[in-house]
Design a binder for this molecule. Structure first.
Ligand SMILES: *Cc1c(COP(=O)(O)O)cnc(C)c1O
Length: 359
């Protein structure tokens, strides 16, 4: 029996997608083999790849002057790829907003290749909020401006898109496809698939065409966006199964009403949990109200000696993977697109019952 899965990543996938993959696993559309067992250059896989790209473009309304790439190396690979691809012009410095662990890793990696200006940071209060738009100033010259719209570990989400002169670069690993986004305001968007897209092993890059011309000399081939764009993301063998499965998720999303429907659902699901946390005497959210993530909801118990009991009893109740990130402790419920409303209802009712029993 499938249980409710709140894992932060790799995360829950839509059940209809898994069922379709299962059905097609041995004999994919009458071809007598699986999608994993055909050439990535075959006509049948090309169709899978092109349809996935088109569906993603439709879902996010990606303008024509943007290229969509399917790459390997995860979001972490892009922490390196971004400076490699964008520091080859006149300016070898970039602005970064520091909001927690993922922004921190992006900053550390970019610092190896150029100068990083941390224009704003929420470190003063243990990364429990997203800096306000009027709390920072863009540098005079900068190759790009990087931020993390949703910090997956801290559960901190920006409720605005920064307005900047430099190309805006965003790590959307844990928030992509959960709301409509104005792609034209961004220079480059990237996301590891394993939170809100598909299985791990593939990442999505959406990059404005003019930014393909700014790579540093000596850039590793596998990180080069221009080479990937020219080769249709097939300069070498792509992770075909992950690409196929991501494509099934895009089709599922379209059938659900697209990103606007996902946005409404994410508001409903996260409000249900935050409302409970705010009413509870035992459980609470460590994140400032205005910056609370719709996707990742960390919470703590007033008495952390109850943590172990909470985790074992929730698992027995069929609520999986509620342990917080090892670096911060506490609990975290991730509410990605594939997590149904019923899962959150079950979680809240379990938590209310737990609170009564331990009172
Ligand atoms: C998970 C995550 C990453 C790391 O992704 P990998 O694909 O494992 O490299 C980076 N940034 C954010 C915001 C994430 O949630």
């Amino acid at each position: 029996m499938r249980k409710f899965n709140f894992c932060a990543g790799p995360a829950a996938l839509p059940e209809p997608v898994l069922l379709q993959a299962q059905q097609e696993l041995l004999d994919w559309g009458g071809r007598g083999c699986s999608v994993m067992e055909v050439s990535h250059r075959s006509a049948e896989f090309t169709e899978v790849a092109e349809r996935a790209e088109q569906d993603l473009r439709d879902l996010l309304m990606v303008p024509d002057n943007y290229r969509v790439l399917f790459v390997q190396g995860g979001a972490t690979g892009q922490f390196s790829a971004i400076p490699w691809n964008l520091f080859g012009g006149e300016v070898q410095s970039a602005d970064y907003i520091h909001t927690g662990q993922w922004a921190g890793k992006a900053i550390k990696e970019a610092s190896r290749y150029g100068k990083v200006n941390i224009v704003a940071s929420s470190e003063d209060r243990n990364f429990c909020y997203a800096p306000a738009a009027n709390a920072w100033q863009e540098s005079e010259k900068s190759a790009y401006f990087h931020y993390t719209p949703n910090e997956t570990i801290g559960g901190v989400e920006f409720n605005y898109v920064p307005e900047v002169k430099a190309p805006l670069v965003a790590d959307m690993s844990s928030t992509i496809l959960s709301q409509p986004i104005p792609v034209e305001k961004f220079g480059m968007i990237y996301a590891g698939a394993q939170k809100n897209i598909g299985p791990s092993g593939i990442a999505v890059v959406i990059v404005r065409e003019d930014l393909l011309e700014r790579a540093m000399a000596g850039i590793p081939r596998s990180l080069n966006w221009k080479i990937a764009a020219e080769a249709g993301s097939m300069d070498n063998t792509p992770p075909t199964f992950a690409w196929y499965l991501s494509g099934l998720v895009f089709q599922w999303l379209k059938a659900q009403g697209g990103v606007e429907a996902m946005y409404q659902l994410s508001l409903q699901k996260s409000a249900m949990l935050y409302d409970f946390l705010d009413r509870s005497d035992l459980f609470s959210s460590p994140v400032d109200t205005a910056s609370r993530s719709r996707m990742n909801v960390p919470f703590v118990l007033a008495d952390d000696r109850l943590d172990a009991r909470f985790l074992s009893e929730s698992e027995e109740a069929g609520l999986l993977n509620l342990q917080g990130h090892r670096s911060v402790g506490g609990m975290r419920a991730s509410l990605y697109n594939a997590v149904p409303v019923e899962a959150v209802e079950a979680l809240v009712s379990f938590m209310a019952d737990f609170e009564r029993r331990v009172a």
